[in-house]
Design a binder for this molecule. Structure first.
Ligand SMILES: *Cc1c(COP(=O)(O)O)cnc(C)c1O
Length: 363
């Protein structure tokens, strides 16, 4: 097995981090760069931590070319809190918002928004177990909607938007939790991009929010203070104690990505890894992919054998081989291999080799 007997962890999140980053964090764990303290113990008001968060933001801006009129926030509360923050802050004129529901997370976001305004379900692929991304045209969005909402990568089902919906002048909000930093994006096409870190960026605890500055400052005065984007914009994500350690590790991951050649290089690696796995699935007579090919995710690869008992056997035997968390989400069953940025190509190769062996032995 690999260094330190680490397994290949195919979990959908929390998930693997680059070993190089973990080693660097470990080397600095007790005494961060000669400060005599750990980042875990460090005051968020210290100049050392201010440097950590400033560098994290600067490096993220560089990685994905965030325009100057966008703010970057590092918040707590996970993706689930964003489901509430988005409507609480963006339902500012007509109180209308338009949602595309392509999976459980988008559906949760949609349901949460219905508490606060006139919410239209523009399209949904629920009737087909979210196995595809609906094609939505500009005229399906209400021109007076305060925003439109999508989830670009559907972690549970293994789909990814092959296009950015054209919403005209209506700001597009995107939950990118499970594909953030896996592909180049044009930030200027979005009003808000947000991503929980525990899928592709850092340990759980921090949620990254990128928000166009003209969308800040519209929360109702009754809005709970933490849920108002403006508070966090005004205070540089330090209105209260931020998730310091997760922000630090996120920053180290950003540095690592810049070092290897940025998102372009990362994306090429992701395409190669996912491509191999899908190619094998498509050639296999035992394993079948569960989603429409054009909409396949590079991050979450879902497949089945068609026989539940065989799926269980596969998952159990893979675990014995040091490949863990291959079970599909509890709501859908089957298998899901989450192969985020930090999954080494060797891990995908090992999985494919094991699948071939399993197929041969269980004909
Ligand atoms: C995991 C996930 C969420 C939920 O995140 P929490 O931090 O657990 O609230 C939301 N959206 C997507 C796409 C996810 O993968």
């Amino acid at each position: 097995m690999s260094k330190y007997d680490r397994v290949y962890n195919f979990s959908a999140g929390p998930s693997m981090l680059p070993l190089e980053v973990i080693e660097d964090v470990a080397a600095n764990l007790c005494n961060y760069k000669g400060t005599g303290e750990s980042v875990m113990e460090m005051s968020h008001r210290s100049k050392e931590f201010q440097q950590i968060i400033d560098d994290a933001e600067a490096n993220l801006r560089k990685l994905i070319n965030i325009p100057d009129n966008y703010k970057v926030l590092f918040l707590q509360g996970g993706g689930t809190t964003q489901f509430s923050m988005v409507p609480l802050n963006l339902l500012r004129k007509s109180k209308k918002a338009d949602y595309i529901v392509t999976g459980q997370w988008a559906k949760k976001a949609y349901k949460e928004a219905t508490k606060f305004g006139d919410i239209k379900l523009v399209a949904s692929s629920e009737e087909d177990t979210y196995s595809y991304i609906p094609e939505v045209k500009k005229d399906q969005f209400r021109t007076d909607a305060d925003y439109a909402y999508i989830c670009t990568n559907n972690t549970i089902y293994g789909t990814h938007y092959p296009y950015v919906p054209d919403t005209g002048d209506v700001p597009l909000v995107a939950d990118m939790s499970s594909c953030f930093l896996s592909e180049e994006i044009d930030v200027s096409k979005y009003g808000i991009i947000w991503a929980g870190a525990q899928k592709n960026v850092a340990p759980a605890g921090v949620t990254i929010v990128i928000i166009r500055d003209d969308l800040v400052g519209f929360a109702d005065e009754k809005c709970p203070v933490y849920l108002d984007y403006k508070i966090h914009v005004d205070k540089g994500s330090m209105y209260n104690t931020p998730p310091c350690f997760s922000i630090y590790v996120a920053g180290e991951v950003f540095k690592y990505l810049l070092k290897i050649g940025g998102i372009k290089e990362m994306h090429e690696r992701d395409v190669r890894k996912a491509g191999k796995l899908y190619d094998y699935i498509d050639s296999s007579s035992m394993f079948k992919g569960t989603v429409r090919k054009e909409d396949r995710s590079l991050m979450n690869v879902t497949f089945v054998t068609g026989d539940e008992a065989l799926d269980k056997k596969f998952i159990a035997e893979a675990k014995e081989q040091g490949m863990i968390n291959l079970a599909g989400h509890r709501s859908v069953g089957g298998m899901r291999a989450s192969i985020y940025n930090a999954m080494p190509e060797d891990g995908v190769d090992a999985l494919i080799a094991f699948m071939k062996k399993f197929e041969a032995e269980n004909k």
